[in-house]
Design a protein around this ligand. Structure first.
Ligand SMILES: Cc1cc2nc3c(=O)[nH]c(=O)nc-3n(C[C@H](O)[C@H](O)[C@H](O)COP(=O)(O)O)c2cc1C
Length: 205
């Protein structure tokens, strides 16, 4: 009981430290239900457009990958694959077709339609939805681990397959650049604070 009580404080401490790199410094009292800590992860995440040249610690990478593994998928078919691009050689190959904002590590998320559930009523394949959930887990866990990140979708999949033939058997869904933000340029962009008000995106029926 006492152990559980104390571990709550250490978790809060970790989260508060994690948020230091972002523009969010709030006391954990804003939300009254559920986990303030989780909401703070969502608030502190932003798309980083410039990374510094510091490597991502292996322990953080392991946590991020485990979070990807825990993602749900339609009928639990798990059609998603992740390629960790972190060696100088692999990064050079990837950067020859996309600069990836100088990130020291890029996770390539791919999926196979053949391995995913297909909805019977209209034939829609769940592979890309499953991949998006995995990527979201990776992105938010990277944020929780104090790492800046960037979801990259504006790339040419066939060029990626050309320079990284290891991905050829799968559709390349998206890239997640991960690292530490570069001074100045690594801050959130203006778009980060632009969100539609709830009234525009929610309809109560
Ligand atoms: C599916 C998806 C694809 C994205 N692709 C790119 C991209 O290729 N290049 C880019 O600069 N930003 C990309 N972004 C980042 C968005 O532009 C960014 O999330 C949005 O402007 C809001 O800013 P924020 O992430 O800092 O809150 C992408 C985001 C998502 C969710």
């Amino acid at each position: 009981m006492i152990k559980k009580f104390l571990s709550r404080f250490s978790t809060i401490g970790k989260i508060t430290n994690r948020a230091n790199f972002s523009d969010v410094h709030q006391k954990i009292t804003k939300y009254h239900f559920g986990s303030d800590a989780f909401m703070q992860i969502l608030e502190s995440r932003y798309s980083c457009h410039a990374f510094g040249n510091f490597p991502v610690p292996e322990s953080k990478l392991n946590m991020i990958l485990e979070a990807g593994r825990l993602a749900p998928s339609a009928k639990n078919l798990q059609p998603t694959r992740i390629w960790v691009v972190q060696s100088e050689e692999a990064l050079a190959r990837l950067r020859s077709v996309h600069p990836c904002y100088g990130a020291p590590m890029v996770l390539i998320v791919g999926c196979r339609n053949e391995e995913a559930w297909i909805r019977e009523s209209d034939g829609v394949n769940a592979a890309k939805t499953d991949a998006a959930i995995v990527l979201t887990h990776l992105m938010l866990t990277a944020t929780d681990a104090g790492l800046a990140n960037m979801w990259i979708w504006d790339f040419n999949p066939s060029k990626i397959r050309e320079v990284l033939p290891e991905t050829r058997e799968h559709g390349v869904y998206a890239l997640l650049a991960i690292g530490y933000p570069a001074d100045g340029e690594g801050r959130p962009t203006e778009l980060h604070s632009v969100r539609k008000p709830l009234e525009q995106i929610v309809t109560m029926l």
